[in-house]
Each structure stands twice: as C-alpha cells, then as structure tokens.
Design a protein around this ligand. Structure first.
Ligand code: M6R
Length: 361
C-alpha cells in the first residue's frame, strides 16, 4: 500500500504533483472559493489559525492576503486563541486550517470564535470531519489520506487552497481585475509542475546534503518574506522526523541574538524565493555574516539565487513566480528531512512522541 516506496512519507512527498492537480481541479469545479470569498469580503477583521504545519500554511495565507488581496490578516496558533476570546467577533471572519479537521486546539478556537458571533471558513482535507461541520463553509484540499505523521502533501495542498482563497477575495473586492484573476489561476495550475521540478532537481543533491548534515546537532533555516513560513515548515519537518534540532527565524533577526550560536561548520540553510529583486541583496548580506563566523552555508531556492556569493551548497529548484515558488522550494526540504531520518535509522512515518491527530489539549 506504500506504492512501492519504503515509507509513507516518501510516497506522500512524491504524490504531491498529482494531489496538487486534484486539489486545483476540485477548487475550480466547486463553489468553495466563492463562498469563502463572500464571507471574508464582508468581514472587518480577518484571522487565520491552525496548529503546526497548518499554522505555517496560515502564515503563507497571511502573506498572500497582504500582497494580493491587500487585506491584513491576524495570525495566531490555535492553542493561543484565548488572547482573542473576549473580543466581539460579530464583524470578523476566521480561517481555520486543519488537515484532519479534528485537532482539539483548532476546534476550540473555532467554537470560541463562533460563540462571539464570528463566521468561520474551514480549510480541511477530511470531508465531514468536526471542524468543517462546525464552520460556515469549507474549502477542501484533495490530498487523499495522509498516513505519515509528518504533514507533507497536505501542507502544499493547503497552500494551494489558501492562495486561491486570497485570489478569489482579491477579485471579489476589486484588488484584481477579472483578467488578472483568470491569469493568476491559470498560473496556479502549474503548482503541480513546480512540485515535480522541486523533486526532480533535488532528489540526488539532497542525498549529499543529508550525509553532510547527519552528524550535526543544530541547523538554522533562514528566509525572508514568503521564505519565512517555508523555513518554519522546513525546520519542523527536519526536527520531527530526524530529531536534529532545527530552528527557523527571519534572516534579518540573526544580529538580534541567534548568530551568537554560530561557530565553525554550523549549518545554515537559506530559503531563496521571489521577489528576488527585493530579497537577493539582503539575503546576500545574511549569507556573508554567517560565512564570516565560519558557518556552512546552504541555499535552497530559485535559480536567481545562483548569483549569491559565499554559498557552499546550492539546490536550484528552477525559476518560479511568487505564487508558484512554494511548490518548488518545499519538496527539497521534505526530502532532506526524510533522508536524514532514514540515514539516522529513525522511522519517518512514526516519529517518537507524536500522534497524527492531536485530540487532547
Ligand atoms: O490535522 P491538523 O492539520 O489540524 O494538524 C495540525 C498539526 O498537528 C499538524 O500539522 C502537525 O504539526 C504535523 N503533522 C507535523 O508534520
């Protein structure tokens, strides 16, 4: 049932091109996006929540909502809903992201929000699960069952669904013209190709990278802009399946504390995403400040980042626009986490101490 793969995690990483395509066609042939856009358009305040990987997808959503729909979004981790509990939510909307639809923290955020008058748009992979049932509308990912504890294909399908919601809202409110919307949706159809390219261009290199990282105790994963939530997700994947401590933070924060840990050979992975004309130069100085302390510098990014100097190891995922970049950039990180786990004799499908669905607080 693993389709010839040694682990579900690998099977699910490799399935991404197909399930992205299925999610895309599902969204295009349903009214889910319109319904979500209607709810969001009528709200004065928009919140987004989730736990773990789903929260990271929420951060990507907030990024595209600001960039494309020009709407600020308040992001919070679902177990932290208490901070917003006493607000009047009658003019607010919450986007609640949960692959399983059963995560207790996210469900409680939904219930708390509803009880103070808010409307809820769920994003889920499981039809008929609790969070969709208690929400006003649901946008479904069509990733199929995910057996591996580590979320892989569900993350990128969430990103696809959420980016589509941001685009649907943008056309609904006039931030995008009908023609611009059609063009952007047509572009998103290539999410599937971007994922194939991310996999194909990295599968061999990741092996080399994993053998040089397997003996490390710590890894930093740094990005800017859209690269920040992708870095968080990369670090979560690495730590949960390989048990190597990986920490992600926005690259600009190094000087504000974390660079104190960096010494000879400390591995720092940079996530390189568009818009390159705004980010490349800044990332270059972050690479240099790490290099100056003897760090091993690694870049996983779009082809434009080839220009960076002082990089020891580079995985070029191809050149993609901002809305397509996540699909190309994320698979190499998933493969890296997987390879590290296998090399270190850890079962990537069943990381210790973790359950696929967390139904206790
Ligand atoms: O089912 P959910 O999306 O609500 O699950 C939330 C988290 O428990 C989940 O994303 C978790 O962080 C991942 N399995 C980690 O890979």
């Amino acid at each position: 049932e693993k389709g010839g793969y040694p682990h579900y995690m690998l099977k699910e990483i490799m399935e991404q091109p197909r399930v992205l395509y299925e999610t895309y066609t599902g969204l295009m042939s349903s009214r889910e996006l319109e319904k979500a856009a209607e709810i969001l358009a009528s709200a004065d305040h928009i919140f987004v929540t989730g736990a773990g990987t789903s929260y990271h997808a929420g951060l990507v959503f907030a990024y595209f909502m600001a960039r494309i729909a020009r709407r600020p979004v308040i992001t919070f981790i679902s177990s932290e809903y208490l901070a917003y509990r006493s607000l009047d939510h009658s003019n607010s909307a919450l986007v609640a992201i949960s692959q399983s639809g059963e995560t207790i923290d996210t469900l409680q955020a939904v219930r708390s929000f509803k009880s103070s008058g808010g409307r809820v748009v769920a994003v889920s992979n499981v039809v008929g699960s609790t969070i969709p049932r208690e929400s006003d509308t649901t946008v479904y990912t069509r990733a199929g069952p995910e057996i591996g504890v580590a979320a892989t294909k569900t993350f990128l399908t969430q990103v696809l669904a959420l980016t589509s919601i941001a685009l649907a809202l943008a056309v609904h409110t006039g931030s995008l013209t009908k023609a611009e919307y059609t063009e952007a949706m047509r572009e998103l159809r290539n999410a599937s190709h971007a994922a194939s390219s991310g996999i194909d261009r990295s599968i061999r290199l990741v092996e080399l990278l994993a053998s040089s990282l397997r003996s490390k105790n710590n890894i930093y994963v740094l990005g800017r802009g859209l690269g920040v939530p992708l870095a968080y997700e990369a670090a979560l994947k690495i730590k949960e399946v390989s048990y190597i401590h990986a920490e992600a933070y926005p690259a600009g924060e190094s000087k504000h504390g974390p660079i104190a840990l960096v010494e000879e050979e400390f591995p720092v992975i940079f996530v390189g995403v568009p818009p390159e004309d705004e980010l490349l130069e800044k990332l270059q100085s972050n690479v240099m400040e790490m290099k100056a302390r003897g760090a091993s510098t690694i870049v996983i990014g779009t082809s434009s980042y080839r220009e960076l100097e002082g990089v020891d190891f580079y995985i070029d995922v191809g050149n993609y626009s901002e809305i397509l970049a996540p699909y190309a950039v994320v698979p190499p990180f998933q493969l890296l986490a997987y390879k590290l786990a296998v090399m270190l004799n850890r079962d990537p499908d069943k990381p210790r101490n973790l359950a696929k669905t967390v139904t206790v607080e």
